[in-house]
Design a binder for this molecule. Structure first.
Ligand SMILES: [Zn+2]
Length: 257
């Protein structure tokens, strides 16, 4: 099966834009281009031709570079059918469960509402790569701008069911702040405490903490653990509390943190 080569481009204050290059065919996608110039520079440095622009959702720090990149390269823009009116230049409208080919690499579309109602993720099972936009972050999750806690919890459970080795390419470097909050929820989770040490070290050396993996997030990210007893207790809820309510309480506390 064809493997993707993935390039991470830090832009703006804390956004990550990604290039995914299918070695066999030469097809190349950019995921969530906040801005165009650093993407064009990286394409030129790698000698890659842009064929696809993949948008997880409509926020400007994810679609701001769409039109300029489409104009410069003729790439096809892929986004959620529901959000077609909010995705500049959209060409291919996709929905939950759809798949499409980036060259020889198959992408699966996952509908994951919560941060926005039209949020999707792109999963490339052959490369163990998940581009999840602002739904799941390393040790965190996106704010609920348009959806409910229950919707977001169900979206995160979809990610949690992916294989452990799945690489989580999220769209922001928020991990250090997320870690400070996560520790207030689960102060005795040793996997979390070990991870916090690693994160501090990476950031002190100005290195990215992203991507992480689904396996690591499942063990340490409080937002993926709303059905775990220690997390329920950590936010003052009883063992039989409904996980969607527990999730909503964790999100409320993080918003106020
Ligand atoms: Zn967003």
């Amino acid at each position: 099966m064809s493997q993707l080569v993935i390039e991470q481009i830090p832009v703006l204050t804390d956004n990550y834009v990604y290039l995914a290059h299918d070695r066999d065919s030469g097809a190349t996608a950019v995921i969530d281009p906040a801005v165009a110039p650093p993407v064009l520079e990286r394409l030129e440095a790698k000698g890659w031709r842009l064929t696809h622009i993949l948008n997880t959702h409509h926020h400007n720090d994810h679609v701001g570079g769409n039109q300029a990149l489409k104009q410069a390269t003729g790439a096809q823009i892929v986004g959620h059918r529901k959000d077609a009116a909010r995705i500049p230049g959209i060409d291919l409208e996709v929905s939950d469960g759809d798949s499409f080919l980036l060259g020889a690499s198959a992408a699966m579309v996952m509908e994951v509402p919560g941060h926005t109602v039209g949020h999707i993720a792109f999963w490339f099972p052959g490369s163990h790569a998940l581009f999840c936009g602002d739904t799941l972050f390393a040790l965190g999750c996106g704010r609920l701008f348009e959806g409910t806690g229950e919707q977001m919890w169900n979206s995160l459970k979809k990610f949690r069911s992916l294989p452990d080795e799945t690489l989580v390419y999220c769209a922001h470097e928020y991990t250090e702040a997320n870690a400070r909050f996560a520790r207030t929820v689960e102060r005795h989770n040793q996997a979390l405490l070990d991870r916090i040490v690693e994160i501090k070290d990476l950031r002190q050396h100005h290195r990215p903490t992203v991507p992480s993996t689904v396996g690591v997030e499942r063990k340490t990210n409080p937002f993926l653990r709303a059905d775990v007893g220690s997390v329920k207790a950590g936010v003052g809820l009883p063992p039989d509390a409904d996980p969607a309510l527990v999730f909503t309480e964790i999100r409320r506390r993080k918003d106020a943190f």
